[in-house]
Design a protein around this ligand. Structure first.
Ligand code: PMP
Length: 360
């Protein structure tokens, strides 16, 4: 079997065990004579799948009882609109932190619905750090504060979740959900596109505190109202059934390896191996400030565009796939989500050293 180490930012690697289980059950799920893709979303078998997926996610993230878990569609990008449409019902004001391309898109979209203030930004230094957030910066009247906990393109992450007091904190956690232990009770709402740490693209997970449901603007379309999905158990219309099923398999895999405590320790180890190699290297460096470095997305650059291009090409020939950096940062980017094994990062680091020796 020719599996590669895939460093794509998303869709990205899934655990082999999950793919094999899905393959085993693909044409005949639990002796039903049907594939999960062919099951009615109202059938008992699918009800079991979606119920178990939610239970497992609750267990893994220790989600308190006063939070709802929603499995919906539209990607994280749809949340850029759903969040303001649902939460700007009181003062019509929200505070946003601008830490990169995805934050900017969230801000742009929210501005269509209310009075949006950018309370901190790292744009002055090409988003290479996470700005400090102090409670005094937050408008106590704001309906919510929005952050992007991990910036997929720029490779930055919050080392500490800002304290927003009584103002609900909303987080785009698309690229670091399930990568480490977090205290869900610090957030009013968490959203994430599935295609990095959860499962296949097409599924979006929303974790929302109950008191934030039912506040949508009058003009909010039914499908974009969290209440619609909450009241129906994510079954108002046909959910992305196969995505929910694969997500359940991923949650089972995470539970089996020891949950998020163990996953976090593996992720810290993987990131350390790569950051140490960058520290030692005379050819490559991380553009990101040390106190803001992501465990999931690690950009690195050399001083030459030719070397960068040669690196990506030669790496691919060695089974190290999709290492080209995002065009706004340049160079390379290694996305090392949960499913990337330690061996993948070791193989990358070995290749980096060989490349550096060869091109010296
Ligand atoms: N936010 C972040 C942090 C992301 O990384 C991405 C996708 N890479 C998005 C939002 C957009 O997600 P989607 O493609 O699911 O709309």
């Amino acid at each position: 079997m020719n599996r590669v180490f895939n460093f794509s930012a998303g869709p990205s690697m899934l655990p082999l065990q999950v793919l094999e289980k899905a393959q085993e059950e693909l044409v005949n799920y639990r002796n039903s004579g049907m594939s999960v893709m062919e099951l009615s979303h109202r059938s008992n078998l699918f009800t079991e799948i979606i119920t178990e997926a939610e239970q497992l996610l609750r267990e893994l993230m220790a989600i308190p009882d006063n939070y709802n878990v929603l499995f919906i569609q539209g990607g994280a990008s749809q949340q850029f609109a759903m969040v303001p449409m649902n939460l700007l019902g009181n003062s019509g004001k929200a505070d946003y932190v601008n830490t990169g391309s995805w934050s900017k898109k969230a801000i742009k979209e929210a501005k269509k619905f209310g009075e949006i203030r950018v309370i901190a930004s790292s744009e002055d230094d090409n988003f290479t750090y996470i700005p400090a957030i102090d409670k005094s910066m937050i408008d106590p009247d704001a309906d919510y504060v929005h952050i992007t906990t991990n910036n997929t393109i720029e490779g930055t992450t919050y080392n500490e979740i800002p304290d927003t007091g009584d103002v609900p904190l909303v987080a785009d956690m698309s690229s670091n959900i399930l990568s480490e232990q977090i205290d869900v009770s610090k957030f009013g709402l968490i959203y994430a596109g599935a295609q990095k740490n959860i499962g296949p693209a097409g599924l979006t997970v929303v974790i929302i505190r109950e008191d934030l449901i039912g506040r949508a603007l009058d003009t909010c379309p039914t499908m974009l109202d969290y209440k619609t999905h909450s009241e129906s158990g994510s079954l108002y219309n046909t959910p992305p059934t196969y995505g929910v099923y694969v997500a359940k398999l991923v949650f089972e895999w995470l539970k089996e390896i020891g949950g998020l405590k163990e996953m976090e320790s593996i992720n810290r180890k993987k990131a350390q191996i790569l950051y140490d190699a960058l520290e030692e290297s005379h050819m490559f460096r991380s553009p990101v400030r040390k106190d803001s470095r992501s465990l999931m997305n690690i950009p690195f650059v050399s001083d030459s565009d030719e070397l960068n291009a040669a690196f990506v090409k030669e790496a691919k020939a060695k089974g190290l796939e999709t290492l080209k950096g995002h065009r706004s940062v340049g160079g390379m980017r290694a996305s090392i989500y949960n499913a990337m094994p330690v061996e993948g990062v070791e193989a990358l680091v070995t290749f980096m050293r060989d490349f550096e020796n060869k091109h010296n």
